[in-house]
Design a protein around this ligand. Structure first.
Ligand SMILES: Cc1ncc(COP(=O)(O)O)c(C=O)c1O
Length: 415
């Protein structure tokens, strides 16, 4: 394929004519041969550099959604490329039959960062959640056979496998697959009395996202988290935090609960941990962490040498480049910019978020704004119908944050 320099974008790009044909060809193949699980946006992404990603026409986008909260160090980060090259030449996969040099060190590192004690590695968020549900059930069962209920929140999202789906508090995802896992109770987020009423001797776990992501970026306050912790303690149930979206630096601390004094018994993390390679992790502490014995849970791929080494490099980079501080500064700048937008655009009814996780709640559908932003060169996404969600990378400079805010302003103006 011919490559040309695109003056408009400053990057190398394929010839537009052939690129168009490529998009059409790929669309045709997917329509014909893929099970139809996705409604895709009609651009073909080919490569990325830093916070920018380029499509097959050479058009450049500032990426404020990062593969749904994954590519936090941006694209083609030199440190990540270097360890990927080195490690893939040495050993990509070895299975959990044997030791590898990186799984233990990564578990130690994550335990230190989270206040947890033990880790289980898998390949995605939903799998990490499955592991947490299984461990919670073991924890309950050890106490008594009737202690198997899980209390979860309305409007939550925990993943697509059956267990994770069963504890997801949105009927649109759950109902088509019913009957789902029994023993799950849902309560309204933030309602302390409802939580108190739902939790009892039969509860083995309380599960929540400290900031609901897919549900529209809703943060639970510290007092509610403390109440959940107190109830879990009182009933000897496990408190599980799903930080797959809001964790690992996204709020400017390694874990969102670290803004409060609450420490859960288990936390699940995934998306950004290996900057794009599939890796999920369950972290647990205390009595609940002793539930698994060899043979009770496992995976072929999880915790392989390549993904774990890359994850260690991601964590080193976050630390050495002081990216948590950067996320906090970005957060302050984004907050100010969005408040400014709110004073200008009457269709913005609420702003929610912190750090590198924001929801702009509109009084109409979010999709037209997201579409306009994309046309202008900014990637964001629409969640929960009315919310424009921003999950930018942790590496943005103040100028790039400004650039994003300017593009967003123009998109709002257009709509
Ligand atoms: C809070 C939360 N939990 C779980 C998941 C599922 O993760 P995955 O898509 O990696 O299975 C997601 C994905 O968006 C999420 O945001």
């Amino acid at each position: 394929m011919n490559e040309v320099q695109s003056p408009a974008t400053g990057g190398t790009a394929q010839e537009p004519a052939s690129a168009m044909a490529d998009l059409e060809r790929i669309q045709h193949l997917e329509e014909r041969y893929l099970l139809q699980t996705y409604g895709r946006i009609p651009i073909l992404l080919e490569r990325g550099k830093g916070p920018y990603v380029f499509d097959s026409n050479g058009k450049r986008y500032l990426d404020f959604i990062t593969g749904i909260g994954v590519n936090v160090l941006g694209y083609a980060h030199p440190r990540i490329l270097k360890v990927m090259r080195e490690q893939s030449a040495r050993l990509i996969h070895s299975s959990n039959l044997y030791y590898n040099p990186y799984q233990g060190p990564l578990a130690q590192r994550l335990a230190q960062l989270s206040g947890m004690e033990r880790a289980f590695f898998c390949n995605s968020g939903t799998e990490a959640l499955e592991a947490a549900l299984k461990l919670a059930r073991l924890f309950g069962r050890e106490q008594n056979a009737e202690k198997f209920e899980i209390v979860a929140l309305d409007n939550s999202f925990h993943g697509r496998t059956y267990g994770a789906l069963s504890v997801t508090g949105q009927p649109k995802y759950r109902d088509p697959y019913s009957p789902v896992l029994p023993g799950v109770r849902f309560v309204a987020p933030g309602d302390r009395d409802a939580l108190t009423a739902a939790v009892g001797p039969q509860t083995c776990a309380i599960l929540l996202e400290p900031i609901q992501g897919e549900g529209g970026v809703y943060e639970l306050d510290a007092a509610y988290l403390a109440h959940a912790a107190q109830l879990a303690h009182q009933h000897n149930a496990a408190l599980i935090f799903d930080e797959i979206q809001c964790g690992l630096g996204r709020t400017g601390k390694y874990f969102a609960y670290q803004w409060t004094s609450v420490v859960p018994d288990m936390v699940v993390t995934a998306k950004p941990i290996a900057n794009g390679l599939p890796l999920g992790c369950l972290l647990a502490r205390g009595a609940v962490a002793n539930g698994f014995r060899p043979g009770l849970h496992g995976t072929t791929f999880g915790g392989g040498p390549l993904t774990c080494r890359v994850a260690l490099e991601v964590l080193d980079t976050i630390e050495q480049d002081r990216l948590l501080e950067n996320v906090q500064q970005m957060g302050a700048q984004i907050r100010e910019g969005l408040m400014n937008l709110r004073s200008k655009f009457r269709n913005i009814r609420a702003l929610r978020g912190r750090g590198a996780m924001w929801g702009i709640d509109l009084d109409g559908p979010a999709k037209p704004v997201v579409d306009a932003a994309r046309e202008l060169g900014l990637l964001a996404n629409a969640t929960h119908e009315t919310v424009v969600r921003l999950l930018p990378p942790y590496i943005l400079s103040p100028e790039q944050v400004d650039q994003g805010l300017r593009l967003l302003t123009r998109a709002l103006k257009r709509v």
